[in-house]
Design a protein around this ligand. Structure first.
Ligand SMILES: NC(=O)c1ccc[n+]([C@@H]2O[C@H](COP(=O)([O-])OP(=O)(O)OC[C@H]3O[C@@H](n4cnc5c(N)ncnc54)[C@H](O)[C@@H]3O)[C@@H](O)[C@H]2O)c1
Length: 272
């Protein structure tokens, strides 16, 4: 790998597995030290398996294999004090902070009238407030470093267009898109860039368990809407490493004039 992130330190949430793990390994392989946070325990509402402390330990092992350092914390992004503590420990270990990847999120397929008050609240709390907490926990450290930096909010194709049968998820990911744009305006004067990334379907544990059956079931209530997510490219879905390549670019100086942008890595699925 290029070494284009040599000397940088990145704070990543949802790093135990899936895309978060891929971000940690990719950024480390380009030279960054990593502060990795994950709940690594039972997730509310979801129809797929939850991540475990062993998953987070495996991410640490993979990062260490690249030769870079990693500090991990089993923390819920809904816990701002816990996130601040994790960032503080990481900055004490590595001496600085340059980048934040707010990646932790949950996804629940439900028709609008199946969404309970608890389910709506949990999706918004994790996907929106958790993302906000992640930024708040680290942004001042980046600003205080005086070197500028890069903040990447992981939204979704559902942050650019509706994802049928996920009103709460679509609302939450549109909120993340708006959050990135608004933060980009305020952080610009510190040379801190803020962008949102919009994956289409990605092959991660989020798509496992009962998720496929859950999606089939809700789409059966209105099969016409199945077409809404069709990709242009033949592969149909991305791998976590494809999203990590974009995140790595956004953190690097190669993207030094990219801010307030919505970067879709969705095989074209949001184009119509
Ligand atoms: N997989 C997809 O098809 C897809 C598509 C578009 C966007 N996304 C988004 O990408 C991001 C990563 O998803 P993934 O596919 O890797 O899913 P995943 O479920 O495989 O991994 C998500 C990780 O986040 C952690 N997490 C969830 N809530 C947390 C919380 N409150 N505090 C701390 N950690 C928490 C989980 O424990 C898990 O390790 C999410 O924001 C998701 O909404 C996923």
């Amino acid at each position: 790998m290029s070494g284009r992130l040599n000397g940088k330190v990145a704070f990543i949430t949802g790093a135990a597995r899936g895309q978060g793990r891929a971000h940690a390994v990719r950024l480390a392989s380009e030279g960054a030290d990593i502060i990795a946070v994950d709940l690594a325990g039972p997730l509310p509402q979801v129809q797929y398996e939850s991540a475990t402390p062993d998953d987070l330990a495996e991410t640490a092992r993979l990062v260490e294999q690249t030769g870079r350092g990693i500090v991990t914390a089993q923390t819920d992004t809904r816990d701002l004090d816990g996130l601040r503590k994790a960032v503080q420990e990481g900055v004490e270990t590595f001496g600085r902070l340059d980048a934040i990847v707010a990646n932790a999120g949950i996804c629940v397929p439900e028709t609008w009238d199946e969404i309970t008050p608890e389910s709506f609240r949990d999706v918004m709390d994790i996907n929106v407030t958790g993302t906000w907490n992640t930024v708040v926990a680290g942004a001042q450290q980046i600003i205080d470093g005086g070197r500028g930096g890069s903040i990447v909010l992981i939204s979704s194709a559902a942050g650019l267009k509706p994802q049928p049968f996920m009103v709460h998820y679509t609302a939450s990911k549109h909120a993340v898109t708006g959050m990135a744009r608004a933060l980009a305006a305020e952080f610009g004067k510190h040379s801190v860039r803020v962008n949102s990334v919009h994956p289409g379907a990605v092959d991660t544990p989020m798509g496992g368990g009962d998720m496929v059956n859950g999606l089939r079931r809700v789409f059966a209530t209105n099969p016409q809407l199945t077409q809404m997510n069709a990709p242009f490219l033949p592969e149909g879905h991305a791998e976590p490493e494809d999203i990590a390549a974009t995140v790595s670019w956004l953190i690097s100086d190669d993207a030094r004039f990219v801010t307030g942008a919505q970067i879709a890595v969705d095989l074209g699925s949001t184009q119509y």
